[in-house]
Design a protein around this ligand. Structure first.
Ligand code: V47
Length: 375
């Protein structure tokens, strides 16, 4: 074990090396076997040290955040993902919602404050909504919110369904959405790429190949996109590393991913039947390994509405550099799955405190990681 840590720290002498795009420091690229060896280590201090070195080299002392809110137009979904606590079978099921265009627009107008810079739209694969609803939704939002608000919208799974229903190629859908104002794709729907696990937890939706293909095509059209991994469910550590390496390979080709977001599986109100969530050491290790393996993805995001504020704070010491945003009580996916953050909202002061208590500086960013303000 010592040997793997030692090798990775010896930046300049190693045979296969990765030259960071931002500085001259060279890091050795880890293999899957090395990553697994690091994962098996209980030396959390060294894992933190290594992940911190990499995050400092890429992001200095910054903890990035933005001022954002989410729109979740519906939770009625054709897919029956076993881990999902959010979906409902039909519009009239208890706890279901399905916003009309007017309701969605009014919601956005209500949530918007002058300093908000991003709206994150993610919902479900509704059985009856077609492509016109989604085109109109983006058009209405673009007309009603100022240009200073970037639209980040629709996971690869939602896009796959829209394109299939409309019988159009995914490129055409992406171009139509881009023309209407979508700039970024969120990273959802990736879950875990392992076919073995996907067959059990989400057998009927876009598979790993399709998810990666949609992101690749989006990158080629100029979209920035995020990537995620749902961990702490049925997957093994090996499968997590395979997932990361598949993302790393695509990033080598396109460079289009801005962030990787390890999403912690939450067990309440779903059908996966797991009664123990990943514990804190597994969470911290997963963040550190992500930072180490994904040497070509600039940001590791700690999505605090799911992790909780305290755990998110700790992940900053294990490679995370982005804490998502202020949210303003606008997402239900994680509160319905049992997150401690039942009405997630953070003020700028709270974000600055959260980062500052770990020795970092909170920096407000726009959707493309340009600095808006820092202290
Ligand atoms: O794909 C659903 C996850 C994702 C549960 O791109 C669950 O900036 C844990 O992708 N326990 C959607 N996770 C959310 C998402 C996201 C969130 C924040 C930021 C960004 C970004 C993207 O939520 C799904 C799935 O992996 N999810 N149910 C659950 N019970």
């Amino acid at each position: 074990m010592y040997c793997v840590f030692f090798c990775l720290f010896e930046y300049n002498t190693l045979p296969r090396e990765y030259m960071s795009t931002q500085t001259d420091i060279r890091f050795k690229r880890v293999t899957g076997e090395e990553a697994l060896e690091l994962y098996q280590s209980n030396d959390l201090n060294s894992l933190s040290e290594l992940a911190l070195k990499i995050r400092r080299e890429k992001n200095g002392n910054y903890v990035w955040y933005n001022k954002n809110f989410h729109l979740e137009p519906s939770n009625v979904c054709i897919h029956r993902c076993k881990f999902c606590s959010y979906r409902r079978e039909q519009d009239n099921a208890p706890g279901a919602w399905n916003m009309t265009l007017e309701e969605a627009t009014d919601y956005c107008i209500d949530k918007y404050k002058p300093d908000i810079t991003e709206i994150h739209i993610v919902g479900s694969v509704h059985p009856l909504r077609d492509i016109n609803y989604y085109y109109n939704l983006i058009e209405h939002i673009r007309r009603n919110l100022p240009e200073t608000v970037t639209i980040k919208a629709f996971t690869a799974v939602e896009l796959d369904d829209m394109a299939k229903k409309a019988s159009i190629p995914i490129e055409e859908l992406l171009i139509q959405l881009q023309n209407r104002g979508v700039k970024i794709l969120p990273g959802g729907g990736a879950e875990i790429f392992s076919q073995r696990v996907r067959k059990i937890i989400c057998p009927d939706k876009a598979d790993a190949t399709r998810w990666l293909q949609i992101h690749e095509k989006a990158h080629k059209l100029g979209f920035r996109t995020n990537s995620t991994m749902l961990f702490g469910q049925l997957e093994t550590r090996e499968e997590r590393i395979e997932h990361m390496i598949m993302l790393r390979d695509l990033q080598d080709k396109t460079g289009g991913f801005d962030a990787f977001i390890p999403l912690l599986y939450k067990k309440a109100n779903n059908n996966l039947g797991i009664n123990k969530e990943a514990d804190i050491t597994e969470i911290l290790k997963t963040f550190a390994i992500s930072r180490i393996v994904l040497d070509n993805i600039p940001h590791i995001k700690a999505y605090w509405p799911m992790l909780g504020k305290e755990t998110s704070q700790l992940t900053l010491l294990y490679g995370a550099d982005d804490i998502d945003g202020t949210i303003n009580d606008s997402t239900k996916i994680y509160s319905m799955a049992g997150s401690r953050e039942q009405n997630p909202s953070l003020t700028v002061d709270e974000i600055e405190k959260l980062a500052g208590e770990c020795g970092f500086n909170a920096v407000e960013r726009d959707s493309f990681y340009n600095i808006i303000s820092k202290k």
